[in-house]
Design a protein around this ligand. Structure first.
Ligand code: GUN
Ligand code: FE
Length: 466
C-alpha cells in the first residue's frame, strides 16, 4: 500500500467516467480511488495495479471502503459558471420580453427585495439544495448589491457544503439602474464590494476558502466608468475572481459600442477586469480580436445556451471559440435560463450548436443555411460541464486525477422514479454516458461529494425528496 495511506479517509470502488482532456473519455472499471482527510484524491488504482487487491482488502477491513453496485457509477460534479441566486423565484417568468425590459420590469424589482434577510434565507436555502440535488457541486453566483444577503448566500453554500464563488453585484449608473436598486455612487459601491470580499473570506468555517468572493460589475451598461476602473483595481489588489456579462445581446453589445466606442472585451481589458480569474457570461458577439484578447488574458467564458435562446439574438460560436483554445464552461444563467440543471445545459449546448450548423430558415437552400462544422457532441458538452468549468475557475476539481479534490456524483441507474435501466443495454461506455447526460434526474443522483464529504443527508429529506 502507498505510504500516504495513513491519511486516506475513504476508498471508492467501482466504475468511474471522467474527461480530463477534451476529446477522450476516460473510463476506469473496478477502479479504487483513495481520498484523504482533506478531500484530495491521493491514489487511483485499477485491477492491473500490483497493490490493488491488498489495498481493497485493507480498506474493507478498516470499514473505509465504499463499494458501488454494478448499477452505479461516478462522474465528476457539475460546475455552473453563471447563475443569479436572487432570480431563483423568477424561473420561467416573462421570458418573452427583450433582455432590457425583463431586467427593468421583473429582475431589478425582485433583486431589490433582498434587503429582507428572511426572504433571502428561504430562497437561497432552496436554491443551493436544489442545485446540489441536480449535481452542481460548484457554482459561480451573482448575488445582489446587499452586503448582508450576499454574505448569507456565501454562508448558506458553506453550511450546505457546496463549492461556491459569490459576488456582491455592483451597479451605480443612474441612467440604467432604478433608484431603489442602485449603488449611491462609485465610491460607495467600491467600499461595499471590498467589505463583501473581506466578509466572505472571513466567514466561520471558510478557512479552506471553499467559498470565494468575486468582484461583480453587473455589466458595463449598469456601471459608470469610474466604478469599472475601481473594480479592476479592487480585483487586482485582493487577488479576486471577476465575473460580468459580456456582449450578450444586440442591444447590450451595441450600447457598449456606442458609449465607449469599443467592444465589451476590449473595454473590460482597459478597465483592468480581464484576467486569468475573469468569467465572461455569454460573450455571444465577440469578434476574432476579442477572442484573442480573452485567450491572451487567460479568461474564461460561461456559455449559457438556454438563456441565449431567449435573450441573445444569436447562438454563441462555441466551436470557433474552442478552436481558438479559449477556456469555456457552462452556465444555467438562472433565471435567463429556467433550468437549474447543468445536465440540461449540456443538452442545450449540443442542440444550439446543431442549429447553428444546420441553420434555421427552411426557405434558404441547405448549403447556405448554416455554418459548417459548428456542432459539438455530448462528450464535448460533458467536458465543458466538468473539467472545462473547473479550468475556467482554476479550481482543482472536474476530474478524478490524483491531486484533484474529490467532488463527485454517484449515479444510480435503477431508481424507480427514473429508471435508466433500459439504457444499460448501451453497447459501449460512451452510449451509456450519453444516456445519462440526456436523461438523468435528481433521483438518479444518489450521493454528492464536495471535498470528499458526502452531502446527501443534508440535501434530501428522509423521504428522499428534495
Ligand atoms: N445582463 C445584466 N444583468 C443580467 C441578468 O440578470 N441576466 C442576464 N441574462 N443578462 C444580464
Ligand atoms: Fe446572467
Amino acid at each position: 500500500m502507498p505510504d500516504k495511506n495513513h491519511s486516506i479517509a475513504s476508498w471508492h470502488c467501482g466504475l468511474f467516467m471522467h474527461m480530463p482532456c477534451m476529446g477522450s473519455l476516460d473510463v476506469l472499471e473496478d477502479a479504487l480511488i483513495g481520498v484523504d482527510t482533506h478531500g484530495t484524491i491521493v491514489s487511483v488504482l485499477t485491477p492491473a495495479d500490483a497493490d490493488y487487491r491488498d489495498t481493497r482488502q485493507t480498506a474493507q477491513n478498516s470499514a473505509i471502503l465504499h463499494q458501488m453496485s454494478t448499477r452505479q457509477l461516478m462522474i465528476p460534479g457539475m460546475t455552473d459558471l453563471h447563475i443569479h441566486a436572487p432570480q431563483w423565484p423568477q424561473r420561467g417568468m416573462a421570458l418573452h420580453l427583450p433582455l432590457q425590459d425583463w431586467l427593468q420590469q421583473y429582475t431589478f424589482p425582485l433583486e431589490a427585495r433582498y434587503d429582507d434577510l428572511d426572504f433571502a434565507r428561504r430562497v437561497y436555502t432552496s436554491l443551493v439544495k436544489t442545485l446540489l440535488a441536480n449535481g452542481t457541486t460548484t457554482a459561480m453566483y451573482f448575488a445582489t448589491l446587499h452586503e448582508e444577503a450576499t454574505e448569507l448566500l456565501a454562508s448558506t453554500c458553506l453550511e450546505l457544503g457546496q463549492r461556491a464563488y459569490v459576488g456582491r453585484v455592483a451597479m451605480d449608473d443612474p441612467g440604467q439602474c432604478p433608484d431603489d436598486y442602485r449603488d449611491a455612487d462609485a465610491e460607495a459601491a467600491l467600499a461595499a464590494s471590498e467589505r463583501s470580499i473581506r466578509a466572505i473570506r472571513g466567514l466561520d468555517g471558510n478557512g479552506a476558502a471553499r467559498v470565494k468572493p468575486v468582484v461583480t460589475p453587473r455589466f458595463i451598461p449598469s456601471c459608470t466608468s469610474e466604478l469599472l476602473n475601481g473594480l479592476g483595481e479592487l480585483a487586482t489588489r485582493h487577488q479576486c475572481h471577476v465575473q460580468t456579462h459580456c456582449s450578450e445581446s444586440d442591444w447590450e453589445h451595441g450600447y457598449v459600442q456606442q458609449r465607449l466606442g469599443k467592444n465589451d472585451t476590449q473595454a473590460l481589458a482597459d478597465f483592468g477586469l480581464l484576467g486569468r480569474h475573469t468569467v465572461l457570461a455569454h460573450a455571444n458577439f465577440i469578434s476574432d480580436h476579442d477572442m484573442q484578447l480573452i485567450r491572451e488574458a487567460g479568461s474564461g467564458i460561461a456559455h449559457c445556451p438556454l438563456s441565449n435562446s431567449y435573450f441573445a439574438d444569436s447562438v454563441f460560436p462555441l466551436r470557433r471559440a474552442l478552436e481558438k483554445s479559449l477556456r469555456i464552461g457552462l452556465g444555467t444563467d438562472v433565471a435567463g435560463g429556467h433550468s437549474a440543471s447543468i445536465f440540461n445545459a449540456c443538452q442545450h449546448a449540443v442542440a444550439s450548436s446543431r442549429l447553428l450548423e444546420s441553420g434555421v430558415d427552411t426557405r434558404v437552400p441547405r448549403e447556405q443555411r448554416g455554418q459548417s462544422d459548428a456542432r459539438i457532441d455530448f462528450l464535448e458538452a460533458f467536458h465543458l460541464a466538468t473539467a472545462g468549468g473547473a479550468d475556467v475557475l482554476n479550481s482543482p476539481t472536474g476530474s478524478f486525477e490524483v491531486g484533484r479534490q474529490f467532488d463527485a456524483l454517484l449515479i444510480d441507474l435503477d431508481k424507480p422514479g427514473n429508471p435508466l435501466d433500459e439504457f444499460h443495454h448501451a453497447s459501449n461506455w460512451e452510449n451509456l454516458l450519453g444516456c445519462i447526460v440526456h436523461n438523468v434526474q435528481p433521483c438518479n443522483i444518489e450521493t454528492v461529494w464536495v471535498d470528499g464529504r458526502a452531502l446527501s443527508p443534508l440535501i434530501r429529506t428522509p423521504a428522499g425528496t428534495i
